[in-house]
Design a protein around this ligand. Structure first.
Ligand code: GLA
Length: 702
């Protein structure tokens, strides 16, 4: 990336490979947005900066729709990104202090621009960093008053406000859902006023991924798209406002309400999560590929290492597990080529159902008399890695932990403690709770050869109280920081262990958790057809490299009883990090042999799926849908036919991302294709009937 600064020291231009972002500080220290779009030069940015502000009428504010970080107070009527209260007053009136740049040491990619402002004892620093074409923005708020200065209450402290240019007919894309139906894409016209999405549940939530995209007439592969995503795993809010002059502003950050986020005493500071944004002219597909490349390069740990094929028996056995039964499943899993065997819920404490045991992270003595080590060693001897499930932030009232520390949970004094799935939320804002969890988990990972941890979170906050604490409200933010600290500490102490973020499926998927987990559990819905739409939405922002997908039993046991072939189930799950979650003791010899072939095929295409560029060729909309991945000379196409109607031929798939003049060969059949023909006429899939699917591989002939 490139960071250019005007001679006046009041205009800054950040540029990535294809896009630029510019801001300007007026003589009155108003920080205005200048440009976000194709690459421009510093002189272009400066020419935009001299444009005078429109006149001021008593009913309009000239700053509205132009400011980088609108604060509360003064002549502003847009949603404030910052709202601060002291004992005496409310609102912010800042003066510019200085700008700083920092060399991030990543070949320019990590370079950071910091703009520092002050309002009395409050120091406000706006951070900008461009990585590839993704602009990362966040804010630091510091109370640097001397002793005896009163506290500052941050009622609201958003990470950024993004300003989009004047355009006709903006459209908004979002990813909405619920449990077992996450991340489904909807695209609608934006009208005047505000559209607000978020979570007031304490976790990211199944209801919305913290992402929006705005376009006017983009298609999958062409046209202008703006997209923003928040890196925060607690409650959050993103407000998309269509202003009267057809500009759009997107303001987002931690916390759902404006009623109080944190209180800063003298010497304390708060850093907001990162709100990342990108502009592209390559359509929604181009935006997704830019997000994927950014996350693989800068967010997800060890993203250049491919994730293994896992087995998990949760759907097959639920809580009814034993060492012997897990051993039997492990043998079968190893035989079909599984590389990571995971013991899900039910291995610890008195956890034989969801009524007891959460909080007691020691192996259940009836089920694992010698602990987990013998099973872990057995799994290792079978040539697989060993993984476990945990849900550290929770406790069942029926547990030794709760009996010993009933005050360690979130609760309001004198009120009922709401149980959801028979569990309460531990107050991770408390140091003693975090220390207990650290000891339990560090002890577990030190005493058992564990390679992978599935970290679950199975209920929302309901009684977010903290009796005895001055400012209990802070637990919403501090819980998330507590979670991040624990994950960071565990990763540092156990660098060989991979982590998966799960929250009843896809309830905690965001750029914040992905910076400290290796993959996520996409959804508890493992129906291979429903999954196509869930995966399509997921792929708008997150790469296949983190999208766990299991092949489970048919008829589908969890949701809908749908019957589907092993072929359809495998090809559906091969679009991400392949896993198997069926009851392998009930699969026939033929099914196990076929599963082995699919797993072997997946291992061959895995680098292309997990590291390649994704092209969504056709949406899952009832008929034929397909995705394509391209990595170097290799191309993989996964195609699914939901239902064929009226005997009509299934359309050919026009591929993307190929060289028209090159020749491509299918390694299995030896068939040869010309790039131009695949791009123009397309690939015939031969799919027919209902729920058919296929994998196609092509290699460029050199
Ligand atoms: C959640 C997860 C499931 C499983 C269960 C165990 O619902 O999403 O995959 O781990 O918890 O209780």
């Amino acid at each position: 990336m490139m960071l250019e600064i005007a001679g006046t020291g009041r205009t800054w231009l950040l540029s990535g490979p294809t896009s630029s972002y510019a801001v300007h500080l007026t003589e009155d220290d108003e920080l205005l947005h200048l440009h976000w779009g194709p690459r421009i030069a510093l002189a272009d940015a400066e020419s935009l900066a001299v444009r005078p502000l429109p006149g001021y009428w008593p009913f309009e504010a000239p700053l509205d729709g132009r400011e980088e970080y609108p604060v509360e107070g003064g002549p502003r009527f847009v949603r404030p990104a910052l709202s601060v209260r002291t004992d005496e007053r409310r609102g912010t009136e800042w003066r510019f202090e200085a700008y700083e740049t920092e060399d991030g040491g990543e070949g320019g990619e990590g370079d950071e621009l910091r703009l520092r402002f002050r309002d009395s004892e409050l120091v406000i620093t706006l951070h900008y960093r461009m990585r590839h074409d993704v602009v990362e923005r966040w804010v630091t708020l510091t109370h640097d008053g001397g002793e005896g200065t009163g506290p500052l209450e941050l009622l609201r402290a958003d990470s950024a406000t993004w300003t989009l240019p004047e355009r006709d007919d903006w459209r908004l894309s979002q990813l909405h859902g619920r449990w077992a139906a996450e991340s489904r894409l909807v695209r609608t016209d934006l009208t005047y006023g505000e559209k607000v999405i978020g979570s007031r549940r304490g976790h990211t939530g199944h209801q919305h991924l913290p992402w929006v995209a705005l376009d006017t007439d983009a298609t999958e592969e062409r046209g202008e798209v703006y997209a923003c995503a928040l890196g925060w795993s607690g409650s959050w809010r993103i407000a998309v406002a269509q202003l009267p002059d057809a500009r759009v502003q997107i303001t987002g950050g931690a916390g759902y309400d404006d009623s109080g986020l944190l209180r800063l005493a003298a010497g304390e500071s708060f850093t907001t999560p990162v709100f990342a944004g990108l502009w592209t002219d390559s359509g929604h597909g181009g935006a997704s590929r830019a997000w994927h490349a950014y996350q693989r390069a800068f967010v997800v740990p060890d993203a250049d290492r491919d994730r293994p094929v896992l087995y998990n028996s949760w759907e097959a056995t639920e809580f009814d597990i034993s060492e012997e039964q897990q051993g039997t499943l492990a043998r079968r899993a190893a035989a079909i080529g599984v590389e990571l065997f995971v013991v899900d819920d039910g291995w610890f404490g008195a956890r034989t159902s969801d009524r007891a045991g959460l909080g007691d992270w020691t192996p259940n003595p009836d089920r694992f008399p010698a602990g987990l080590k013998p099973l872990a060693e057995y799994v290792h001897a079978l040539g697989m890695q060993f993984g476990i499930w945990v849900e550290p932030e929770m406790v069942n009232p029926d547990s030794d932990l709760y009996r010993a520390h009933p005050d360690w949970v979130q609760f309001q004094p004198g009120r009922r403690r709401t149980e959801l799935r028979n569990q309460l939320v531990l107050n991770l804002a408390r140091e003693d709770v975090r220390e207990y969890l650290w000891e339990q988990l560090d002890g577990l990972l030190s005493s058992t050869p564990v390679d992978y941890v599935k970290w679950d979170f199975n209920r929302c906050f309901t009684d977010a109280g903290w009796p005895g604490e001055d400012y209990p409200q802070r637990l919403w933010v501090d819980h998330v920081h507590g979670l991040y600290d624990l994950l960071d500490r565990l990763r540092a102490a156990h660098p060989g262990v991979a982590f998966e973020s799960c929250s009843g499926g896809g309830g905690r998927i965001d750029l914040g958790v992905l910076a400290r987990t290796d993959q996520v559990w996409t959804s508890d819905n493992t129906d291979p057809l429903d999954r196509l739409a869930i995966q399509e939405g997921f792929s708008q922002i997150h790469p296949a490299r983190v999208m766990a997908a299991w092949v489970t039993d048919s008829p589908n046991t969890q949701l809908n009883g749908r019957v589907s072939s092993l072929r359809f189930r495998f090809v559906s799950s091969m679009a991400g990090v392949l896993g198997v979650g069926g009851d392998l003791t009930k699969w026939t010899e033929e099914e196990l042999a076929e599963a082995g072939e699919w797993v072997a095929l997946y291992k061959e295409i895995r680098p292309v799926v997990q590291r390649g560029d994704l092209y969504r060729l056709r949406r899952p909309a009832g008929g034929l849908s397909a995705v394509q991945y391209v990595l170097g000379d290799e191309t993989v196409v996964l195609a699914w036919l939901q239902a064929q109607h009226y005997g009509e031929p299934v359309p050919a798939l026009r591929l993307r991302g190929l060289d028209p003049s090159a020749t491509y060969e299918c390694p299995e059949t030896g068939e040869i294709y010309r790039g131009a023909v695949l791009l123009h006429r397309g690939l015939r899939t031969g799919l027919k009937g209902d729920l058919d699917a296929a994998v196609f591989r092509l290699r460029r002939v050199r």
